[in-house]
Design a protein around this ligand. Structure first.
Ligand code: NAD
Ligand code: UDP
Ligand code: UDP
Length: 315
């Protein structure tokens, strides 16, 4: 039995489907803070799939063989809505799931993040870079929570010989993101489809590197299946870097939208640049992304188009 916390979220729902397709039994745990039952609706008829409403900041007693710990809001808008709860989710959530893993001797994978690098002084970011995070800023609840979770994972590994896997996930996008998620890819697509202005924060020259969700899920599964000595942290992301302006232009081109671009203030502590160094993932997991941004945007746009037209029930 594989436990996926945050399994009704964007990445979690893709992971649940992927694990079910591979023949696993999947226990999806979610408190539906940003996730939706509709995201995993297609699995409800499957006898190998179970869904529990539960908040991971509270203890959880179940019997499982593997744990993917994805529970945590990921969009700045959502993780800054209740910052104290965000830190609790990462820290108390990690303690509870590590305690569970220790009791049942399960292998446990943490969905960490490129945010542990903060506004990076090294570019691209290798796993050996310790980061540049403002510990008291508005992003700290997420960044420091995820950094503390990594600390807990490595201390349980050293202290209790727990088999751990830590993935540092870079910006990932695809179908099943929320239209009100607030992250850049969903914002731009929804704005373009509605004919509303595309909101570029700052001058739009800051960069991100966008990974399509199927590539990311493949990386997570390969990491979980890797030999015990492979603990990570290991970067998973697409190394092709774009400015936000380039992303906006690409979305306008693919949707054929006539939306104008408007400039809005840059949020505090917004990282200027971000690009994963994925040499470790290539060497250790034989993994590299296969879906270019132009290709991944098409099914993502088609998903939001159907959602906004009322042809899908999610959100
Ligand atoms: P998401 O917000 O769609 O999914 C998070 C899920 O966790 C949601 O279903 C939410 O309801 C659930 N959740 C939140 N708090 C919970 C709690 N206390 N108990 C149980 N469930 C809870 O975000 P996502 O993009 O799918 O991200 C999944 C994971 O990957 C997160 O841990 C995130 O930090 C990490 N990550 C994502 C990205 C990305 O670009 N998408 C990048 C880096 C890291
Ligand atoms: N825990 C859990 N499920 C389990 C085992 C433990 O939720 O199956 C939680 C428990 O609440 C505990 C935490 O995980 O507070 C850490 O467990 P650990 O055994 O490491 O520490 P201890 O119980 O000694 O505090
Ligand atoms: N961004 C933007 N317009 C939006 C939403 C985000 O220009 O409508 C910018 C944001 O300032 C950041 C980048 O896009 O520089 C990525 O933001 P997102 O919230 O998706 O993720 P993160 O900052 O956590 O990488």
């Amino acid at each position: 039995m594989v436990l996926v916390t945050g399994g009704a979220g964007f990445i979690g729902s893709h992971l649940c489907r992927r694990l079910i397709e591979a023949g696993h039994e999947v226990l999806c745990v979610d408190n539906f803070f940003t996730g939706e039952r509709a995201n995993v609706e297609g699995l409800f008829g499957n006898t190998r799939f179970e869904l529990i409403r539960h908040d991971v900041t509270f203890p959880l007693y179940v019997e499982v063989d593997e744990i993917y710990n994805l529970a945590c809001p990921a969009s700045p808008v959502h993780y800054q809505f209740d910052p104290v709860q965000t830190t609790k989710v990462s820290v108390h959530g990690a303690i509870n799931l590590l305690g569970l893993a220790k009791r049942v001797k399960a292998r446990i994978l943490q969905a960490s993040t490129s945010e542990v690098y903060g506004d990076p002084g090294v570019h691209p970011q290798p796993e050996s870079y310790w980061g540049h995070v403002n510990p008291i800023g508005p992003r700290a609840c997420y960044d420091e929570g995820k950094r503390c979770a990594e600390t807990l994972f490595f201390d349980y590994h050293r202290q209790h010989a727990l088999p751990i896997k830590v993935a540092r996930i870079f910006n990932t996008y695809g179908p099943y993101m929320r239209p009100d998620d607030g992250r850049v890819v969903s914002n731009f697509i929804v704005q373009a489809l509605r004919g509303e202005p595309i909101t570029l924060y700052g001058d739009g020259q800051q960069t991100r590197s966008f990974c399509y969700v199927s590539d990311l899920v493949e990386g997570l599964v390969r990491l979980m299946e890797s030999p015990p000595e492979v603990t990570g942290p290991i970067n998973l992301g697409n190394p092709v870097e774009f400015t936000m302006r380039e992303l906006a232009e690409l979305v306008l081109q693919i949707t054929g939208s006539k939306s104008a671009m408007v400039f809005r203030p840059l949020p505090q502590d917004d990282p200027r640049q971000r690009q994963p160094d994925i040499r470790l993932a290539k060497a250790t997991l034989d993994w590299a992304p296969t879906v270019p941004l132009e290709e991944g945007l098409k099914p993502t746009i088609a998903y939001f188009d159907a959602l906004l037209a009322g042809r899908l029930t999610a959100v």
